[in-house]
Write a protein that binds this ligand. Structure first.
Ligand code: GLN
Length: 490
């Protein structure tokens, strides 16, 4: 049934509507693919029975002429989204076998629209990481390998399970989240499309919190159009999230294929960083040429505060994380390690339950929020954040969108940056600015490096202008004609 798993979401939805195959057949093919792909470690929980039950219900709705926009399509869910009655761990031991009694808003909207859940996907613990190596379940292995090598590569992070499972055709699309790049960098490392929408587009309700002012959900998909279809279902106002925007969700798929003629595209000169591989620069130039050919006007712009973005992000995100993660005290969720008294129970539980990277973030966050350092670090970082947003505002007076590389390298080896947190943080250099400013950003596969590994280009849009990103992403996708797939070794 490999033909069914190689379909795009769009093609699968058409096949279901035409009754070329049933959701049960489509879902069975994906369940089998998930099972066969265990060496990738992309799923931390497979839910085949639930998937087949949901597929049968979808088939009944299709037969009754009541199909929703995602009716019968099997998806993977990042294990940061709470799923009612289905274990949700954030890939941390501290949540243990936590089974939510509620469903996240984003996933409930997917089920409302007819999608089928294949299971829960691996991620960096609490979404903190860029390589999936901080997961309590062990790292996801990228389905891609360098030509002539069998070295294991990272799929990126934190949404490594989402990206790897889409790249390996285990699901038709996946949910992901992005606090500093966790949708876009894994998409770039696996030859998939990922979009982080404007802050407030998708409800954060029921998504395990990392840094609440930066966290946003979004899809990872096989094509730009698939990403548009998924984002449409995932977006929308939710009274349960006070930062959710009460505005209409545009029909994203209708933007794909639209002409981009006359659009002005900014090239931020500060994104040309030291030691960037020449292949990334060359890919960026190709992207510029493609958009020019499609009728765009290319304009050099300056985002002068870019160099402060990473330090500001690595203050703001840990600060919020240290506060959000205070709730894991052994009393309410998951793990509890008993001590002689209450304080000792807290300490033992948190010492045993949190991984090393999470502890590092809590320590940094607590430090930058502490009396005496608050103004020097946290308040300063907030001021930088404002400057970064102002830089974008100014650029968007001149241009309609920005084009940059997504990440400073192709996928690196598992273990390669593991003992150097700063080297790991540098991976986020092109992505964190977008979260700090709350803007939409998309990664599109655009080529391969000398090892045959995928590389991505990033489009950054005005707040709420995901539509233009879908049009431009569609134009890049068409010009790049990226057809490469990982050679199957699993
Ligand atoms: N890699 C970044 C971090 O470790 C971003 C993670 C994310 O977007 N969730 O914080």
């Amino acid at each position: 049934m490999s033909a069914l798993t190689s379909l795009t979401l769009k093609a699968a939805l058409k096949g279901l509507a035409d009754k070329s195959f049933s959701s049960l057949e489509l879902t069975r093919a994906h369940v089998d693919a998930v099972e066969a792909a265990r060496p990738l470690n992309a799923f931390v929980l497979e839910t085949p029975e639930k998937a087949l039950e949901m597929a049968a219900a979808a088939d009944r709705r299709i037969a009754a002429g009541e199909a929703g926009p995602l009716e019968g399509a099997p998806l993977g869910i990042k294990d940061l989204f709470c799923t009612e009655g289905v274990r949700t761990t954030a890939c941390s031991d501290i949540l243990g076998n936590f089974v939510p009694t509620y469903e996240s808003t984003v996933t409930s909207q997917l089920w409302r629209d007819g999608a089928v859940m294949l299971g829960k996907l691996n991620l960096d613990q609490f979404a903190m990481g860029s390589s999936n190596e901080t997961s309590a379940f062990g790292p996801v292995v990228n389905p891609w390998r360098a030509e002539g090598s069998n070295r294991q590569l990272t799929p990126g992070g934190s949404s490594g399970g989402s990206a790897a499972s889409v790249a390996a055709d285990l699901c038709l699309g996946a949910t992901a989240t992005d606090t500093g790049g966790s949708i876009r960098q894994p998409a770039a490392f696996t030859g998939t499309v990922g979009i982080k929408p404007t802050y407030g587009r998708c409800s954060r309700w029921g998504v395990v919190a990392f840094a609440s002012s930066l966290d946003q959900a979004g899809p990872i998909a096989k094509t730009v159009e698939d990403a548009a279809i998924l984002l449409k279902s995932m977006s929308g106002h939710d009274p349960k999230d006070s930062t959710s925007l009460d505005i209409e969700v545009p029909d994203y798929p209708s933007f794909v294929g639209k002409s981009v003629k006359g659009l002005k595209i900014g090239i931020p000169k500060e994104y040309r960083v030291d030691n960037m591989p020449p292949e990334i620069e060359a890919l960026w130039q190709k992207g510029i040429a493609w958009l020019k050919e499609a009728g765009c006007e290319i304009v050099e712009v300056s985002l002068p505060h870019t160099k402060y973005a990473l330090p500001a992000y690595y203050i703001v995100a840990p600060a919020e994380a240290s506060s959000n993660l205070a709730r894991y005290d052994g009393m309410r969720f998951g793990l509890r390690v008993e001590g002689a008294n209450l304080t000792e129970t807290y300490e033992k539980t948190r010492a045993a339950g949190f991984g090393a990277e999470v502890k590092r973030r809590i320590l940094i966050g607590t430090y930058v929020l502490s009396h005496g350092y608050y103004d020097a670090y946290y308040v300063k970082a907030l001021k930088v954040r404002r400057r970064i947003a102002d830089d974008f505002d100014q650029a968007f007076q001149k241009v309609d969108a920005l084009l940059t590389p997504t990440a400073p390298s192709a996928a690196f080896g598992l273990g390669e940056n593991a003992d150097d947190p700063v080297a790991m943080y540098l991976n986020d250099i092109f992505t964190v600015t977008v979260n700090l400013a709350g803007l939409p950003g998309m990664s599109i596969p655009a080529g391969v490096d000398h090892n045959g590994l995928p590389l991505g280009l990033q489009l950054i849009g005005r707040a709420l202008d995901e539509g233009t990103l879908f049009s431009l992403g569609g134009a890049i996708e068409k010009a790049a004609d990226f057809k490469a797939k990982p050679a199957k070794w699993w």
